[in-house]
Write a protein that binds this ligand. Sequence first.
Ligand code: NAD
Length: 494
Amino acid sequence: MTQRAARRFANWISGAWRGANGPELERRDPASGAVVSLFRDSTADDVDAAVSSAMAAFKAGWSAASGAERAAVLANAADNIRLEIEELAYFEMAESGKPARQARLEIERSAMLWDYAATQARSVTGDSFGQLGGNYFAVTVREPLGVAAIITPWNFPFLIVSQKLPFALAAGCAAVVKPSELTSATALLLGPILKDAGLPDGVLNIITGLGRSCGDALLHHPSVDMISFTGSTTVGKHAMRVGADGLKKVSLELGGKNAHIVMADADLDAALDAALHGAFLNAGQSCNQGSRLLLQSSIAEDFTRKLVDYASRISVGDTRAEGVLVGPIINKQQYDKIVRYIANGREEGATLALGGTHREEGEVRFVDPTIFTGVQRHMRIAREEIFGPVLSILSFDTIEEAVSLANDSVYGLSAGLWTANVTAAMNATRAINAGTIWINTYLDGPPELPFGGVGESGIGREVGRLGVEEFMDIKTVQIRSGGYASRWIGSAVV
Ligand code: NAD
C-alpha cells in the first residue's frame, strides 16, 4: 500500500463531520515518519456535544427499535466494512505500523464481529418465572443501559472498537467512541459507514483527543451511563474510580502477562509456530501476547534452539514491504520502555538468547525479536507487561509447577497449554486464573466466545452473547393476574 497525502479529520457528531475546538494533533506513520492523519484534541464542550447527541438519539427511538431493525443496520455495516477494506486497512496499517497483510486480516475479522452482533440483536431474551404460586407471574426484560462511552487503545484499533460498538448498538445503546490519539482514523471512518448502513443520526458519535483531556472529560460526563474501556491497567483503574463516583457501569479490558505452556508430549511443531505467533505478532504489542513461555525441562533446550532459529529469520522492517512480519514500535515512549526492559533482563541475570538489538532513526523505531532464557519468576521481565517483541522463557518439571508459574502474576487475561494429555489439560484449565485458556491452539477468537480477564486484566466480558448483555440492564416485572391479595392498610385502619 503506497503512502497517501495526510488526511484531516473532524469529529463525527449527529451523523455529520463537525469541527472540534481543541488544538490540532498529528499522527505520523511509525514505519516512515510521514504524517498520516490530523485531528483535534476535543475539549469538554466537544465531548458534551457528542454525549448530548447520543442521549437525544437514544431517547428519540434507537432504544425502542426492534431487534430486527438493529440487526439490519449491523448487517449492512458488516457489508460496508468489507467494501471499505482497502481504506480501513490503509489507515490501520499507516497509523499503527502493522504489516499491510495483518491490517487487512484484522478488518476482515472485525467485519465478522459486526455480522455476529447483528444476529444477537434479535436474540436478546429475559427470563420468565412461572413457579411463584397461584396467579403470580414474573418476567425479566433486558433493556439498553443508555449512553455508552467506548474508549479504545492503539494496538488493534479497528478490531477492538468492533469488539464493543456493534454489541452496544445491538443492545440498543447509543455510543460515544474515543479512539486512541495514536490511531483514530479507522474508528472515525465508521461514522459514514454506519450512516450508509442506516444507523439514525446521533446514535454513534466519535470524538478524537488525548486521554487526559478528551478521554477524561468523557469519563466524567454525567450523562454517560456506561464506560467500556480497553487499555492499560493504570488508566483502567482510573476509569473505574471515575465510574464509581458517578455510579456508572464499568467494563475493563486491561493488560496481561500471559503464560504459554508447552509440555513434552505436545505437538511440538505446532507449539513452536504458536509460540512465535503469540510472542511476536504485532511486534509483541498485544494484550494476549504469550510473553512468558513455560517449557517442560526435558524439551526446553531443543525447543528453544529451534525457536531462536526461526525468530532470527523473522523479517523486521517497513510495514509495506512484502514478507515483513514485525513492524515498528508505536512511539518513542513505548520504544524506550522496551529498551529499558531488555537492559533490565540482562541486569537481573537472564540470558539473552536472541536479539536485544534496536534502532531509532528520527521518528522510526524498531526492536528485533528478543528472547531471554533462564528467566526466574521474580524477575521484572517475568512479571511486568513489556508490550514489545520480548519473550521470557522459564522452565518447569511438572504440570503443577507450570500452573504455579502461570498463576504467579497479578494479571489473568489468557493462557495457552500444549499437551496430548486430556486429563492434565482439563486439570490445568480449572487451576489457571485467566479469562481465556487455549488448549493446543493460541490466539483463536471467534465472535461467539466471550473475552475478558480476571485480576488486573479487567472486569467484565465482551463479544459473544455476553458482549451484548454487558450493555444492558435487567428490569424485573411482577404480575398478579388474579387480584391483589394482601391488605396492609386494611387491618390497621378501621
Ligand atoms: P492507554 O491506557 O494508555 O490508553 C487507552 C485509551 O485510554 C486511549 O484512548 C487513551 O487516550 C485513553 N486514556 C488515557 N488516559 C486517559 C484518562 N486519564 N482518561 C480517559 N481516557 C484516557 O493504553 P494504550 O497504551 O493505548 O494500550 C496498551 C494497553 O492496552 C496495554 O496495557 C494492553 O495490554 C491493553 N490492551 C488490553 C486489551 C484487552 O482486551 N484486555 C486489548 C488491547 C490492549
